[in-house]
Design a protein around this ligand. Structure first.
Ligand SMILES: Cc1cc2nc3c(=O)[nH]c(=O)nc-3n(C[C@H](O)[C@H](O)[C@H](O)COP(=O)(O)O)c2cc1C
Length: 428
């Protein structure tokens, strides 16, 4: 019986434990989590989602205040087209986060950054060019292009000195998306170094419609693999979404994948950036508590715990401070939904907006609890203290469980407190 540790993932000149911890914005895949994955020989991700908020919190910068002060006069207006990002600050913040992370890196693994195209920031091309270049300048090992087709993204950094040396990969959910990406980038003579194939059970935004349940990760991976072979393209494939045990991962690697990308199991680790109380919500979630809905203004379905406090909340759009989802015309679907409710209930003290959410504000405040479908099994991965709380895990424990477990087993952690009882729960 094989363990995941019997395999190695080759990315360029790097030989890695075939485990990639996926990017989780806004700072849920923290530097500490990414650095643990790298120390243990795998790949970790930080994320550049809401980077200025992240650096303000982590490194005491004042970028959000500065932007808010600059656009103070616009707060009452629902026309956000004038609210722009200072590209110098954006580059500085990105460099700060990447440099601070990379300076602490140990081990033979790698740290990548997750860059979502859907963060259009009221100037999609300009801001993405700055984000990608600043991450490369600051020494990131690689960039994972996420949440979008990224048809023009590589061209934005074509002239960067590290364009051919850094690991550059893309997340796709279908063969068609991959074919489009390769076609649009053919002129650059630079293939992606890896392809993350994300299936319908993943956390965050999904690359599927509301018919996501009709798709199956293994089938998509097999289809993409067969096509790559038919084109004589040798690009490492990294499936993601619902891979819960080392044995799940081994099955994919035995079917030709280079490694796996996993995330949900790491949401309940100490290193994960979620507040500890929210990690308990993840532990407690049952299958019925998780939904895929369309409240993200990006237009992509998103999976989350139904009791997330950000669902249905009608806070005033806060684009002067954030504004990460403003499109190239300064619009966001939440602003439209909010305006509609405001017009319908002009005297309400607190609005409720059901169909969209202010994702910037609520991701920043950890009020949208996005997760993979397997979050309902997290309770099987730990022990419970007498007060009912689940014991947080170390990233090392979860990583090594993926690396060494067999027969679908999940290793429980050593109890930290006196005589905890094993987790009891309804079978999911
Ligand atoms: C809390 C959370 C946040 C996520 N945020 C992002 C993100 O910002 N960008 C992204 O590309 N993927 C995001 N994902 C997807 C993961 O990177 C990963 O591909 C996927 O969740 C793997 O499936 P698993 O969670 O079932 O292991 C997120 C997943 C979770 C659980």
């Amino acid at each position: 019986m094989k363990r995941l540790d019997d395999f190695r993932m080759r990315l360029g000149r790097h030989e890695l434990v075939p485990i990639m911890v996926g990017g989780m914005g806004v700072d849920i895949s923290s530097s500490d989590l990414a650095l643990e994955a790298a120390r243990l020989g795998g790949v970790g991700h930080i994320s550049d989602a809401m980077i200025k908020t992240v650096t303000d919190r982590r490194y005491k910068t004042k970028y959000v205040k500065a932007k808010q002060a600059m656009y103070k006069g616009n707060v009452e207006s629902m026309d956000k087209s004038s609210v722009k990002f200072d590209l110098g600050h954006l580059a500085e913040a990105t460099r700060l986060h990447v440099e601070a992370t990379m300076s602490r890196k140990t081990g033979s693994g790698l740290v990548f950054i997750n860059c979502m195209e859907k963060l259009t920031m009221n100037a999609p091309r300009e801001t993405l060019a700055v984000r990608l270049a600043a991450a490369l300048d600051a020494g990131i090992d690689g960039i994972t292009l996420a949440a979008g087709l990224h048809l023009g993204s590589l061209a934005l950094i074509e002239q960067h000195p590290r364009f051919r040396d850094a690991q550059l990969g893309i997340i796709v959910s279908s063969l068609r998306a991959l074919q489009l990406f390769l076609k649009k980038n053919a002129r650059l003579n630079r293939l992606p170094d890896y392809i993350v194939v994300e299936g319908p059970l993943a956390g965050g935004h999904l690359g599927f419609g509301m018919d996501w349940a009709q798709y199956d990760l293994a089938t998509i991976v097999a289809e993409i693999r067969a096509w790559l072979q038919s084109e004589s393209l040798d690009i490492p494939l990294i499936p993601a979404g619902g891979i819960f045990t080392g044995s799940d991962a081994v099955a994919f690697v035995e079917a030709g994948a280079a490694g796996v990308q996993v995330a949900t199991r790491f949401t309940v680790t100490r290193e994960c950036g979620l507040p500890d109380d929210i990690k308990q919500e993840y532990f407690r979630a049952n299958d019925d508590d998780i939904e895929v809905n369309q409240i993200s203004p990006t237009g992509y379905p998103m999976r989350m715990i139904k009791s997330s406090p950000g669902i249905g909340d009608g806070i005033r759009p806060n684009c002067e401070a954030y504004g990460y989802l403003l499109d190239s015309q300064g619009r966001c679907a939440y602003i439209e939904a909010y305006n509609r409710e405001l017009a319908a209930h002009p005297d309400a003290r607190r609005l409720s907006v059901k169909d969209k959410t202010c994702l910037c504000t609520h991701m920043r405040n950890f009020a949208i609890w996005t997760c993979g479908q397997t979050a309902s099994r997290l309770k099987d991965t730990s022990v419970r203290a007498p007060d009912g709380r689940y014991q947080l895990l170390s990233a090392e424990h979860v990583f090594r469980d993926y690396q060494f477990s067999v027969e679908g087993r999940v290793a429980l952690p050593e109890a930290e407190v006196a005589a905890p009882t094993p987790a009891t729960h309804d079978a999911a």
